[in-house]
Design a binder for this molecule. Sequence first.
Ligand code: HAM
Length: 424
Amino acid sequence: MSKLIRGIRGFRDIPPDEAFRHRYAQDLTREHFLRFGYREIGLPLVEATELFTRGIGEATDIVEKEMYTFPDRNGVSLTLRPEGTASAVRAYLEGGWRVQGGITKIFYAGPMFRYERPQKGRYRQFYQIGLEALGGSGPLVDVEVIGLLHHLFVLLRIEDVEIFINSLGCQVCRPAFRVDLVDYIKEASAGLCSNCVQRIETNPMRVLDCKVPSCKEVLEGSPIILEYLCSECDAHFSRVTRGLTDLCVPYRVDPRIVRGLDYYNRTAFEAVCGRLGAQNAVAAGGRYDGLAKEIGGDAYGIGFAIGLERLALVMDWDTIAMPGVDYYIAAATDTARIPAMELADILRQKGYCVETDLEDRSLKAQLRSANRTGASRVLIIGDDELKEGTLQVKDFSTGHQEKVVRESFLEKVSGLNQQVKGEG
Ligand code: HAM
């Protein structure tokens, strides 16, 4: 036998129960986004590398060391998307579908790729569901977007996710902050990790969210961006925080949020769950009014993306089960095998999940198999039942077995089905 070819590190197979959870969480999230007027958009997995180097920023970790970049057959540099915002803005600028003179609300879902060190909750291929509100610069857009995220956690019954917000200022006010920050960091550089020392020149803001404890300690007394905001940014941030407070959306201001992508200005936020350990951000986003200009257009924007793996990890699955098998149809004789498959099809058309034997196994083996599938009922058909137009119905939970007329069973079952659906 040849050697088993294994998957690539950081690229996971998603087992069925986890895939069910992703799908479940994603479906509720989609419906929630739709209720706020967002429309789904499909975006390519591959883009011109330049979109990300210019959009996300040359000096970010993503662009410096995490992108999957390769030449195509014509030597054009392409990159597997590390995130969705740059693509969404590109599509918005290119597409004829945007809302004229208003806010275009779009969302997307799918895999993203980053060459990061894999660990729990951090993968090289991971799934995001994200939304972007494009074309609106006012603070009420930010209020709605952050409120929407909060209400999603309420809908998904996640109680211990906290939303932290900050303002990153703009090109007018950030430079003065940067100068003071660099001075501060340079003076304290002896206590910083080598990564942070490197970032002093390239991306000093990122030093603020270094997770190394000694760096955190050093930065405790560092300048705070909120004290440097220009009057416009200050007014914007005040209206955002006031709006959230008035709408009873819980949040905390954290002046140390800087975000790992360069395109952000003004409002930035992260939704964090302590239970997740080191990779504790379930969702993150912010305003990016300058991103469109970097890629050759013009548009205000704000949005966020949720990490689907992390969302599924923080949801409580105790009361949400993967749908099980409703009926197992067992054939007691060879002549009953095709009629068993036919009955399975009829019940499936009524909306039930039905399994049947495909391996010519004995009745005893079929019953064992039915038990393994977790089917609540087994329908047994043999020669007598075929002749009489009957079925043996065995209820696994009570052990009770009775013979019923096939037609009346099927009639009753459709009623049952509607009832079950109605109850759900
Ligand atoms: P981000 O903070 O890079 O932002 O990612 C958003 C979320 O994706 C994170 O909070 C996390 O839940 C998840 N995530 C990121 N990297 C990984 C990974 N390697 N493995 C598993 N999950 C991960 C963005 O991507 C921005 N595009 C968000 C945004 C939208 N900003 C404005 N609009």
